[in-house]
Ligand binder design. Sequence first.
Ligand SMILES: Cc1cc2nc3c(=O)[nH]c(=O)nc-3n(C[C@H](O)[C@H](O)[C@H](O)COP(=O)(O)OP(=O)(O)OC[C@H]3O[C@@H](n4cnc5c(N)ncnc54)[C@H](O)[C@@H]3O)c2cc1C
Length: 411
Amino acid sequence: MQLLSPHPFWPIRDGLPGSYPPLDADARCDVVVLGAGISGALAAWHLTEAGADVIVLDRREVAHGSTAGSTSLLQYEIDEPLHRLARTYGWEQAAHAYRRCLEAIGGLERLAHRLRIDCDFQRKSSLLLASDRTHLPRLHREFLARRQAGFAVDWWDRAQLAQSSTLPHPAAILSRDGGQLDVYRLTYGLLAAAQRRGARIFDRTTVSRTRFHPRSLELGTTRGLRVRARQLVIATGYETEPFLPAGTTELHSTFAVASEPVDTFAGWPAKRCLIWETADPYLYLRTTSDGRILIGGYDEPFRDPIRRDRLLGGKVAALQRRFRQLFPHIPFEVAYAWAGTFARTADGLPFIGRHPRVPRTWFALGFGGNGITFSFIAAELIRDQILGRPTGDAAIFGFARQTSVGEKRTA
Ligand SMILES: Cc1cc2nc3c(=O)[nH]c(=O)nc-3n(C[C@H](O)[C@H](O)[C@H](O)COP(=O)(O)OP(=O)(O)OC[C@H]3O[C@@H](n4cnc5c(N)ncnc54)[C@H](O)[C@@H]3O)c2cc1C
């Protein structure tokens, strides 16, 4: 699948921070991590640090799947609002999922710092705007739910928004605990750290076959090589269909633009906070350390990459037009624009862990708008499950909830 159109921002800005060879001989290890995007890199690091003998395989250059196209906002706020998630799973589980995402932002920050990975990590507030007056009641319900769960949030009414910004919206939730980074550089940094600890990393190596034995599994590549392992971590992002029983996700198309560096952020509130809105499909914005603006969104509910890339010009124009309405005093010149495939789940949560019908395999599927924080949770959770450590996260992030949602919806 063409996951991205040709010119996503980070690989152009950052170049190729590292390179790895393709697999050229049969190999053995404890755990194969399939996929070397942010999910695979985090899993490889966590497992290697825990003492596992790890091989990482990727069909592309590492970090050149969806990770290369990510706008890299870090939010604990998932696509499904807390008050709605609580209706599906109960208050405790829903609040726990939100809190785990918040912890994941801190976890990413600490990890990048500890491994000295220069990935522009910055703490940022996150402003969720009511796109329309009719969205106000549910936005306020969400504000109350978040406050009840102990999150640091403020309600911004129209007067507060007008005083702090040029944004024309009727109200917003300002959440103080978000972040942003360059996930492409983080991925390269994590893989390099895992390699220093002994992980073997091979890219341009496509796995085309899996075979399960009573005490091991075997992966076959398109060049006829074999890798034998005891466990498999599937971190293949939006290309997971061949490894998973159908019906888990829907694939969509999404669009993003990076501006040329600007010399003013006039009207941008809360120290260049992250911005998004309640409309569906929504628009989201952030800035970069080199003074650019990244805008993304205006998703389409289909996956065909040819049709997706044909829409790019029109989407860029629409995103730019909307930016001018929000920030009339900030000049916006398009530098790069790209389109990507994107997966959503029905409840906004990822799928992490074992699937009852796939032996010896752990899935790290950080689907949804918070893919990066989900990737971090997946790496910790899978490491703990492989090591047999107790974890309280399996129920809310695992495949078992698919059944429980199905049961609730048909009840
Ligand atoms: C435009 C855009 C904007 C986004 N913005 C945000 C954001 O602001 N915040 C956020 O949290 N998330 C965002 N996301 C989502 C985020 O980018 C993804 O969740 C994340 O990059 C997924 O990482 P991954 O490692 O799971 O998948 P990928 O990066 O796609 O990595 C999977 C890897 O598996 C490899 N692979 C697949 N099949 C095989 C095979 N058979 N053999 C060998 N290798 C294989 C692929 O080559 C690929 O490199 C955005 C996504 C897009 C497209």
